[in-house]
Design a binder for this molecule. Structure first.
Ligand code: TYM
Length: 337
């Protein structure tokens, strides 16, 4: 029986953080053992906001290296760069032409990002979810492992496939596009900022102290956790609406130390914030240490890394072209002879 297919991606904007790892990549590592997996570095999404071109190319490579350092095995998963496969942009255009404008106007992440951009909002930023739908639908994807913030975008991809493509151009027996399912972890799907427990940890937060980068040094990690926002209560606990920071940091500690929520809740129930922060810092440094060591090995060998990306591209492109041809034919594009 054919394996179910998984696709996901991260934008190469700045350095990846704990949220990207715990909310998404950690899950990919498990899925590659039982699924056919495609992981792209979504550089076309990155340029929906202004980027330094040299830095973008560098970050694209280092994001691919981090996938591998986090445990993605390039011998079994296809790791590729989104802009290397032009079918992503091409399918995006086809989907643009059949996606209702009012569906797009509901996208929460666009509204949040647009506010930050002021007068500088690009059409690409508005279109971002359609490109994401194209990424997913091109590969007849069954499952998309992402953090909580991507739920609405996944719903859009499902609606485009079902309501705008399959029901109009396909038949019940022969749907044109696979309708994907989101896969959102119970724990880690929404890691919050270190400086504000009500806001998610994000690459675009102007404060570097709001997040822990996967490549931050042990000293910096410890410093950031020591400075993280706390509250005036003593002891740590879950589920107290007045204590979002306690909930977030205790949750982080549970995932990173590999202990259950009940067990960390008991362990940290009456310890001081100071002591807890040192425990969390140690656990974080220890869990990132092997990833950082592997990353340093991979990033040194540019030729090998690029070869993996090329191999990933070959496999992904074949699948992408098959879907694209199918859709173009259904929409009435004249095939070349
Ligand atoms: P990006 O780069 O913003 O985020 C990459 C992944 O990390 C998850 N994530 C988080 N999870 C938990 N807590 C957080 N604080 C946190 N911040 C980010 C995101 O949910 C995501 O899974 N639009 C996507 C990239 C993309 C994509 C795709 C994903 C483009 N095409 C196709 C899946 C399939 C994004 O948010 O990237």
């Amino acid at each position: 029986m054919a394996l179910k297919r998984v696709l996901s991606g991260v934008q190469p904007t700045g350095s990846l953080h704990l949220g990207n790892w715990l909310g998404a990549i950690r899950n990919w590592v498990e899925l590659q053992k039982t699924h056919e997996t495609y992981f792209c570095v979504v550089d076309l999404h990155a340029i929906t906001v202004s980027q330094d071109p040299q830095l973008l190319a560098k970050n694209t490579l280092s994001t691919a290296a981090l996938y591998i350092a986090c445990g993605i095995n390039p011998d079994i998963s296809s790791i590729f760069v989104q802009s290397h496969i032009s079918a992503h942009s091409e399918l995006c255009w086809l989907l643009n032409c059949i996606t209702p404008l009012n569906w797009m106007e509901r996208m929460i992440q666009f509204k949040e990002k647009a506010i930050k951009q002021g007068d500088n909002v690009s059409i690409g930023l508005f279109n971002y979810p359609v490109l994401m739908a194209a990424d997913i639908l091109l590969y007849d994807t069954d499952l998309v492992p992402v953090g909580e913030d991507q739920k609405q975008h996944l719903e859009l991809a499902r609606n485009i496939a079902q309501q705008r493509v399959n029901s109009k151009y396909g038949t019940n027996e022969k749907p044109l596009l696979k309708v994907p399912e989101p896969l959102i972890m119970k724990q880690g799907a929404k890691i919050m900022s270190l400086v504000d427990g009500q806001n998610k940890m994000s690459k675009s937060d102007p404060s570097d102290f709001s997040r822990i980068g996967l490549l931050d040094s042990p000293e910096l990690i410890t410093k950031k956790i020591k400075k993280a926002k706390s509250d005036s209560y003593s002891g740590l606990e879950f589920n107290n609406p007045e204590r979002p920071e306690s909930d977030n940091l205790l949750g982080l500690y549970s995932i990173i130390s590999g202990q259950s929520r009940d067990s960390v809740a008991k362990e940290c129930n009456d310890i001081s914030w100071g002591k807890f922060k040192l425990m969390l810092a140690d656990a974080t440094v220890n869990s990132l240490e092997p990833i950082q060591a592997k990353y340093q090995e991979i990033i040194k060998d540019d030729a090998c890394l690029r070869q993996w990306i090329n191999i990933g591209k070959e496999k992904a492109e074949e699948q992408a072209q098959t879907t694209l041809r199918r859709l173009k034919k259904a929409l009435g594009m004249l095939p070349p002879q």
